[in-house]
Design a protein around this ligand. Structure first.
Ligand code: AP5
Length: 216
């Protein structure tokens, strides 16, 4: 089979980024993530798009969705050059799901589920390397030396939207906008629900089985 086209869905903090890195490495596909793409372009001028704010930054710091037209363009460009992918962070509402259906077919649709209060703990304790993007958690996955990345020695920082107020808003935005998208995919053969509450290694093992079953 050609390189797989994988979609990973789930609420903020479910482990999409953590598991997408494993998927990209194991299956040799590109990790296409709207969150990282937007963080790299936070101050992009979008004032000509007739949006409420002039840059993505304000939407992201509040935990609200960045306007569809900005995100759709990022994904369309990334998928047009990818030979197999794991798509993380998109689609987040029905309009984006309709756009995606026009862009590509999907071989596997993974949906990670995790209890809400566990998500709040995971996100408020998350730390990321400002140089290489590696992901840690102060309690569940601490670095060897506090504040320093094991991989590259870079400084670990807290994302601007990982404070409790933004986290709770992101979870509300997920329930209202993204859960209906998951419900819409749930009856497809490619769809599989993954229990996201095990250890990262347990979740990864379940994901590998699901992808292998659907792509062999
Ligand atoms: P984005 O960057 O996509 O954030 P998110 O969806 O909120 O997801 P996260 O990255 O926070 O969580 P994750 O599921 O990847 O979890 P992780 O693996 O890091 O989006 C940010 C913002 O950008 C949005 O709010 C919006 O403004 C904008 N945006 C993005 N896409 C958009 C779109 N399509 N449309 C409009 N706007 C868009 O894990 C979390 C923590 O838990 C880590 O500390 C990790 O170490 C730990 N952890 C992971 N797995 C486990 C485990 N099994 N057990 C214990 N701890 C674990």
């Amino acid at each position: 089979m050609a390189a797989p086209r994988i979609l990973i869905l789930g609420p903020p903090g479910a482990g999409k980024g953590t598991q997408s890195s494993n998927i990209a490495e194991e299956y040799g596909v590109e990790h296409v993530t709207t969150g990282d793409a937007l963080r790299a372009n936070k101050d992009m001028d979008i004032s000509d798009m007739d949006t409420e704010y002039d840059t993505p930054r304000e939407y992201m710091e509040a935990g609200d969705l960045v306007p569809d037209q900005v995100v759709n363009a990022i994904v369309e460009e990334a998928l047009s050059t990818a030979d197999g992918f794991v798509l993380d962070g998109y689609p987040r509402n029905r309009e984006q799901a309709e756009e995606l259906a026009d862009m590509t077919d999907l071989d596997v649709i993974l949906s990670l589920s995790v209890d809400r209060e566990e998500l709040v703990d995971r996100l408020t304790g998350r730390r990321v390397c400002e140089d290489c993007g590696a992901n840690y958690h102060v309690e569940f996955n601490p670095p060897e030396e506090e504040g320093v990345c094991d991989e590259c020695g870079g400084q670990l920082i807290q994302r601007d939207d990982d404070n409790e107020e933004s986290v709770r808003n992101r979870l509300d935005v997920f329930d209202e906008n993204t859960q209906p998208v998951i419900d819409h995919y749930a009856d497809r053969d490619a769809f599989v629900e993954i229990d996201g509450e095990g250890t990262p290694a347990e979740v990864w093992s379940e994901i590998q089985n699901a992808v292998d079953e659907r792509t062999e």
